[in-house]
Design a protein around this ligand. Structure first.
Ligand SMILES: [Zn+2]
Length: 222
C-alpha cells in the first residue's frame, strides 16, 4: 500500500477533493501571473531613452505604483516631449471607490479613449500611467498636452481629500525636482482652458495654499 491509503472511503474522497482544490488554486494563481495585462507593470520605458519615465517608487514617503498604459492605446501615442509644466486636475468623480487604482485600471483598459494623464493621487497612494516625457491628453490645449505632466487628484466621497491634497503636493514637489522646474511651472487645468478644474481647490480658494504646500516639500530633503 502506498503512503496515502484510507480504509474509510469518505476520508479517501475528501483527500481527493483536497488535492483537486489545491490543483485548482495553483492553476488560478498561475493564470493570474501569466494572463496578459492591459497595464505594463514593468519600469517605464521612455522614447527619449533618458529614463525620465521612472521617477522612483515613492514621493516623500507616498508610494508611487507604476501601471503604464500600453503604448498604442489612444491615450498613449508614445510621443516624446519636453516637460515644462505640472498641470493639476481633479477627477470630478465623487463615486465611492473612485480612487487612484480604479482610475489606473480604467485608463489601462482604454476606458478613457483619447483622454489620458500621467498620475492619479488619492489619500493613500499614487499611480503612474504615462511616462513623464510622453504626451498625454488632459489639458484641453496643445500647449498643455505637449508640455504638461497631468496630475489628477481623486475626489471620491469615501476618500480623505486633505490627505489627497497633501500627497499631491508631495508628488508635485518631487516632479519639479526631477525635471528641474520652478514652482511657477505648477499650473491649474484652468490656466489652459475655460474649465473649473481643479474644482474643489478652486472653489475653496485653496490654490495658493497648494503652492505653499508644494514649496514646503521642496524646501525639505525628500
Ligand atoms: Zn482637469
Amino acid at each position: 500500500m502506498g503512503r496515502y491509503s484510507f480504509k474509510n472511503p469518505k476520508a479517501r474522497r475528501s483527500f481527493i477533493l483536497g488535492i483537486l482544490a489545491l490543483v485548482l488554486i495553483a492553476g488560478l494563481a498561475m493564470g493570474a501571473v501569466l494572463l496578459p495585462r492591459a497595464c505594463g507593470s514593468s519600469k517605464a520605458t521612455s522614447p527619449s531613452g533618458q529614463g525620465t519615465g521612472d521617477v522612483g517608487e515613492q514621493a516623500y514617503g507616498v508610494a508611487i505604483h507604476t501601471a503604464l498604459v500600453k503604448k498604442g492605446l489612444p491615450g498613449r501615442p508614445g510621443k516624446a516631449r519636453q516637460v515644462k509644466y505640472i498641470v493639476i486636475h481633479e477627477t470630478a468623480n465623487t463615486a465611492a471607490g473612485a480612487d487612484a487604482k480604479s482610475h489606473a485600471d480604467f485608463l489601462c483598459s482604454g476606458g478613457e479613449g483619447t483622454t489620458s494623464w500621467h498620475y492619479t493621487v488619492d489619500q493613500d497612494e499614487i499611480y503612474h500611467h504615462i511616462p513623464d516625457d510622453e504626451v498625454a491628453y488632459h489639458a484641453s490645449t496643445a500647449e498643455g498636452n505637449q508640455y504638461g505632466i497631468g496630475v489628477e487628484l481623486c475626489v471620491n466621497s469615501d476618500g480623505n481629500f486633505e490627505k489627497t491634497f497633501d500627497n499631491a503636493a508631495k508628488l508635485t514637489a518631487k516632479l519639479l525636482r526631477a525635471h528641474g522646474l520652478e514652482i511657477s511651472a505648477v499650473r491649474q487645468h484652468a490656466d489652459f482652458t475655460d474649465k473649473n478644474c481643479p474644482m474643489t481647490i478652486r472653489d475653496a480658494g485653496r490654490w495658493q495654499e497648494f503652492l505653499t504646500r508644494v514649496q514646503s516639500y521642496l524646501d525639505q530633503a525628500e
